[in-house]
Write a protein that binds this ligand. Structure first.
Ligand SMILES: Nc1nc2c(ncn2[C@@H]2O[C@H](COP(=O)(O)OP(=O)(O)OP(=O)(O)O)[C@@H](O)[C@H]2O)c(=O)[nH]1
Length: 177
């Protein structure tokens, strides 16, 4: 049992690292928080390759309901990834615009993040989550980009604070934080 957070940048090897951690499990639920494969052609091809690369006995769930899955008992979960989860939570609450952010979206996003962190902290399942480190590039030139970067950094830090094992992927190599 236990929690593992796998952090890194794009194409750093995060997903493969997370999959290898659970390779010996007899059953795994892969939780895809990304948009469904009909999002666009390039995305559909990526999703197809990811699916083809996963063990055939794994189950795939496409959902944002991480809290529900973490609260339930069951086989290990591989959550890929917290970055798309946050993106879609911000979409759902119309959180990109300054006016809507101030008018209630900040409160709604914060409540969802609080619930996720608490569910992650208290889960009894073996869980591995992948997340992107998005704060090491240039400062985004839009307010919404800077807001996302800040929210993502805080979410990663809050999840890491209640995680036994935090791994860092870069250039296909993995280190332990
Ligand atoms: N909707 C959906 N998304 C999936 C599925 N399998 C994988 N994904 C998504 O694919 C994304 C990860 O793939 P990439 O974007 O290619 O990975 P990356 O972050 O660039 O690179 P790595 O660091 O190597 O993982 C995650 O957001 C997953 O949710 C699936 O079956 N359905």
């Amino acid at each position: 049992m236990g929690r593992t957070l796998v952090l890194g940048g794009a194409r750093s090897g995060k997903s493969g690292t997370a999959e290898r951690l659970l390779a010996a499990e007899p059953a795994v639920t892969y939780v895809a928080t990304a948009y469904p494969a009909d999002h666009d052609d390039e995305w559909a091809e990526r999703v197809r390759l990811h699916r083809a690369g996963r063990p055939a006995h794994w189950t795939t769930r496409e959902t944002l309901d991480l809290v529900g899955l973490l609260a339930a008992e069951g086989e290990p979960l591989l959550v890929d990834c917290l970055t798309l989860w946050l993106t879609r939570v911000m979409d759902r609450h119309d959180a990109w615009d300054d006016a809507t952010w101030a008018a209630g979206a900040e409160t709604a996003v914060t409540a969802d993040v609080d619930a996720l962190v608490e569910a992650w902290r208290t889960t009894g399942r073996r869980v591995v989550a992948v997340s992107n480190e998005v704060g090491q590039g240039v400062v985004p030139d839009t307010a919404s980009g800077r807001r996302f970067r800040d929210q993502m950094g805080r979410l990663n830090a809050r999840v890491a604070a209640v995680t036994e094992d935090v791994l860092w992927c870069t250039a296909g190599r993995v280190g332990r934080l």
